[in-house]
Design a binder for this molecule. Structure first.
Ligand SMILES: NC(=O)c1ccc[n+]([C@@H]2O[C@H](COP(=O)([O-])OP(=O)(O)OC[C@H]3O[C@@H](n4cnc5c(N)ncnc54)[C@H](OP(=O)(O)O)[C@@H]3O)[C@@H](O)[C@H]2O)c1
Length: 353
């Protein structure tokens, strides 16, 4: 088989960034794609082969990718947020369509696409849903953009003769810069602001969320699953849930997060962070100055509506990961270690105090 080149779409994201790091470490040739400029690895190395394009613009996508003859695989981890799920469908389907069309119009010979989906496929964002959620479960009514992206992928793969894999992580924990849809950085900024203002670390979610069974996916685990999917014949033509493999309850994790920041915790105080953090941008700037952090404004690190969404998930969240394990992907991570290890990394990188 000829040399492979993997196009990672959404390479600045919490998932795309981890995928880039993993595939580069595995010695693969990686091409990154985003609206922003080049992607840097944690050690500062720049991935020079970068396509800077707004995928909402079909002609820009064709211009950016049309002359490439080397793209053999696409890992699609792009995402654009909208106010409602219904409004999210069209732009996210268009972005996927535009990248596929642009690669098909180029001299590249596409062999495989790995699409990153997620737990919302099972309706988890609606509240109670059937658990454990399995890949074989029937779809719910929608709208849910993952369904439309998957349908597009299945039809396009059939027409153009390439292999596909869909991976469904949940609550991804990892590093991201300028992609604030990230629970880890959201929790870290909230804790940093509470500490700076001298108030104890109160869980801001609902009381039911505090004790519900939750799950998460370390970015390194989903990146490992992407690498496995690119390498393994067992992954072709299949949908897989990907989580850390364990579950957690905020009531047990929260004191460990408090200890990480050297903070007292106090009983939960349900509140909207979108509302209560709206006036704290200046406090975060003071924290950045005092601790000589990387000068990232609060809105680059935390999307409060996204954090509020997770903190109001009151039902158990359980995706079965039996299928991917039986297919041969066995990576797993203790979720408490995942949170604390990633917080430590953010501190080492001078992103949080
Ligand atoms: N984060 C989670 O907890 C989580 C959990 C389960 C599933 N997922 C799913 O995983 C997928 C990836 O999510 P993520 O959280 O990694 O996203 P993310 O951190 O917000 O990253 C999105 C990426 O897409 C790029 N992008 C956005 N708009 C673009 C455009 N118009 N043209 C080109 N690139 C664009 C962004 O870079 P630029 O801004 O530079 O363009 C960024 O690199 C999504 O389908 C998401 O639903 C995420």
């Amino acid at each position: 088989m000829s040399r492979s080149t993997t196009l990672v779409v959404g390479a600045h994201g919490v998932i795309g960034g981890a995928v880039v790091r993993r595939l580069v470490a595995e010695g693969r040739h990686v091409v990154t794609l985003a609206r922003r400029g080049t992607v840097r690895l944690e050690d500062g190395t720049e991935i020079e082969d970068h396509v800077q394009v707004d995928l909402l613009d079909a002609s820009a996508a064709r211009a950016g990718l049309g002359s490439r003859a080397d793209i053999t695989e696409i890992v699609y981890a792009g995402y654009t947020e909208r106010e409602t799920m219904a409004a999210t469908v069209a732009p996210n389907v268009a972005m996927l369509r535009h990248v596929l069309d642009a690669v098909h119009a180029s001299p590249s010979e596409l062999r495989q696409v790995v699409l990153i989906g997620g737990g919302k496929s099972y309706g988890e964002h609606l509240g109670v849903y059937k658990t454990p959620a399995k890949e074989s479960d029937p779809r719910f009514l929608g709208p849910i953009f993952y369904n439309d992206q998957e349908d597009l992928l299945y039809e396009d793969a059939k027409r153009h003769g390439y292999a596909w894999t869909v991976l469904r992580p949940d609550a991804v924990i990892g590093l991201s810069f300028g992609s604030p849809m990230n629970m880890l950085t959201g929790v870290a900024v909230y804790a940093g602001v509470c500490r700076h203002l001298g108030v104890p670390l109160r869980f801001p979610g609902t009381l039911r969320t505090w004790s519900a069974l939750h799950q998460a996916t370390d970015a390194s685990v989903i990146a490992g699953a992407v690498h496995w999917a690119l390498e393994s014949a067992a992954a072709r033509g299949e949908v897989f849930n990907v989580t850390n493999g364990d579950h957690f309850r905020w009531q047990h994790l929260w004191p460990e997060i408090g200890a990480f920041f050297g903070m007292e915790t106090a009983p939960p105080q349900p509140m909207s962070l979108a509302e209560h953090m709206a006036d704290k941008g200046g406090v975060w700037d003071d924290i950045v100055a005092r601790h000589r952090l990387r000068p990232e404004p609060m809105e680059h690190l935390a999307a409060w509506l996204f954090v509020d969404g997770w903190f109001s998930m009151e039902a158990d969240m359980v995706q079965s990961t039996i299928k991917i394990r039986q297919a041969g992907f066995a990576d797993c991570r203790d979720t408490h270690e995942s949170f604390l290890g990633n917080l430590a990394r953010l501190r080492e990188l001078s992103i949080i105090p």
